[in-house]
Design a protein around this ligand. Structure first.
Ligand SMILES: [Zn+2]
Length: 162
């Protein structure tokens, strides 16, 4: 579907073929956040975070906010107050060493301009048929950032209605 395939192509990582059952078990991911060269954080306001948020954000499936990659992004976005101006001041890189990023996560990472760690792999597999489970705040942010409706994100990326 549209957003899934375009985002998947934008996420540059080695593509591997996965087999059924790869969705089992917990999996961790690290999001490395670094202030972009020359980035100037937006002026302080009650709703805008001006502290330097650079660092490593550890995501895990066991936090139940979706796959590990998305959990890590959720934590950073939340720390940034879901502000595009703040989030856009950082370069983001994902490292999920145990497993390739599934097609849904890869699409989201690609659409958000997140780069892959040097040995990161991706797959067109979905890692299971269960509901994707991204946090509602994350879906809301994604829709705003991509200028799309939340329904379209759910249908085309998460695939609930496919
Ligand atoms: Zn995934």
């Amino acid at each position: 579907m549209g957003l899934r395939s375009s985002g998947y192509k934008l996420f540059i990582a080695e593509e591997v073929v996965t087999t059924a059952g790869d969705g089992k078990g917990v999996c961790g991911a690290t999001l490395t956040v670094a202030l972009r060269d020359g980035a100037v954080l937006p002026p302080a306001s009650p709703s805008v975070v001006t502290a330097d948020l650079s660092g490593a954000y550890s995501g895990n499936t066991k936090n139940k906010r979706g796959h590990a990659e998305i959990d890590a992004l959720y934590q950073f976005f939340k720390a940034a107050g879901w502000s595009d101006a703040v989030i856009g001041s950082y370069d983001l890189e994902i490292d999920c060493p145990a497993k390739p990023c599934c097609v849904r996560c890869s699409a989201i990472l690609g659409l958000l301009g997140v780069s892959a760690a040097p040995n990161q792999r991706k797959t067109t597999g979905t890692m299971g048929k269960t509901a994707y489970g991204a946090h509602p705040d994350f879906t809301k942010y994604l829709a705003r950032r991509l200028y799309e409706k939340e329904t379209k994100i759910r249908v085309e990326i998460y695939g609930w209605a496919c």
